[in-house]
Ligand binder design. Structure first.
Ligand SMILES: Cc1ncc(COP(=O)(O)O)c(C=O)c1O
Length: 367
């Protein structure tokens, strides 16, 4: 398998635990284990009595039930749980794409959505969104990219890195285009629940379309990335069976304690999601104020969903150098757009409790 290095994760591998102030993370404030265990009276006892054996390949029945309850049309048998959402992209692509196939990937995007598609040997086209167009989705451009051998379309809403959401009419048209050609629609929905206005939440792709696959996780809205559990939900059993066959070569099954804890968290999902959303909404005006005070440095399309935004950086020759220097000198971590092949931008994150302090530090560094 030929694969280009994962630029986003390489940057974080170098900096995430070195810089003092995180100002770009895509996960929300993380939670202590005790907070989960306090949610149900017998949780601690169940955890400590648990035998640390292998678990069921698709996930424990308890976890499958908790995940399927998040969707309208999905039964526990329509769910495959994974050791993180990242494994879902890998296994689905390698199950469903190969040389001779064609995939279309919404861009910019989380790097693995492109690089893992390429690593299967499939031809990959990018459905490119542009800052100049307000990050709009160009449906005509998507339609022009479709080929007889197109097997999969990847979309991501709420979106990393722009923090925008696909319009509902656009999503419905994408589903129509996929359905007419029996193309798999892979909906990366890992930021679901963090729509700034919950009423604007889109239907899940797996509910809308019988060959739609929804990717979910507790890493973002629930603040539980350390549990490393994600899932795929899909109502076509043949697709899920092919993906499961790849999972047998990656992790076989997930971590037993994590499965228990994630099932527990999902039974109380609103507890986590509501407070993450409240934090995002409290922090967003601080970032808006920061950008408004520095029109010579940054401008953006304001985000409407998720804990991140993707401003354009003005008057800076090299954003990668700018971000490295900011990390080195101010100990504040801003993600350079170069890791998305968008060298004019940086990613800011505002889902963490110390966002105000991180901004203050950045402010004084810039002054
Ligand atoms: C759009 C998108 N998909 C998938 C992932 C992977 O999520 P996880 O860390 O839960 O594997 C991320 C992580 O940042 C992401 O932003």
């Amino acid at each position: 398998m030929q694969i280009r290095p994962f630029a986003i994760e390489r940057f974080y591998a170098r900096w995430e635990f070195r810089a003092e102030w995180m100002l770009s993370s895509s996960d929300c404030e993380t939670r202590p284990l005790g907070e989960l265990l306090a949610l149900e009276p017998n949780a601690l006892q169940r955890l400590s009595a648990m035998r640390l054996g292998y678990t069921e390949v698709a996930g424990s029945p308890e976890l499958l039930a908790a995940v399927s309850a998040l969707y309208e049309q999905v039964a526990p048998a329509d769910v495959l749980t994974l050791a993180a959402a990242e494994e879902g992209i890998f296994t689905a692509y390698h199950a469903l794409l190969g040389s001779g196939d064609h995939a279309i990937v919404e861009a910019p995007c989380y790097g693995s959505a492109i690089e893992l598609a390429r690593s299967t040997g499939a031809a990959v086209d990018l459905w490119q969104r542009r800052y100049e167009d307000g990050w709009a989705h160009d449906l005509q451009a998507l339609e022009a990219q479709l080929r007889p051998e197109t097997k999969l379309i990847y979309i991501n809403s709420p979106h990393n890195p722009t923090g925008t959401q696909m319009e509902r009419t656009v999503l419905e048209r994408v589903v129509e285009l996929a359905r007419e050609r029996s193309i798999v629609l892979f909906g990366d929905e890992v930021y679901r629940g963090l729509e700034h206005d919950p009423a604007a939440t889109l239907p899940a792709v797996c509910d809308l379309y019988e060959r739609g696959i929804s990717l979910g996780t507790v890493s973002k809205a629930h603040g539980l990335p350390g549990l490393r559990i994600g899932w795929l939900a899909c109502r076509d059993p043949s697709l899920l069976a092919r993906i499961t066959d790849i999972k047998l070569y990656t992790t076989i099954c997930s971590s037993a304690p994590s499965e228990l804890l994630v099932a527990l968290a999902l039974r109380h999902a609103e507890h986590f999601v509501q407070s993450s959303r409240a934090l995002v909404l409290a922090n967003l005006p601080l970032i808006e104020d920061f950008i408004a005070r520095r029109p010579e440095l940054m401008e953006w399309v304001p985000p409407s969903a998720g804990p991140i935004g993707f401003p354009r950086l003005l008057g800076v020759e090299d954003v990668a150098v700018w971000c490295e220097q900011t990390a080195e000198r101010a100990s504040v971590l801003v993600l350079p757009g170069t890791v998305y092949d968008e060298p004019g931008h940086v990613r800011l994150g505002f889902g963490r409790a110390q966002t105000a302090q991180a901004l203050e530090r950045l402010d004084s560094h810039l002054a």
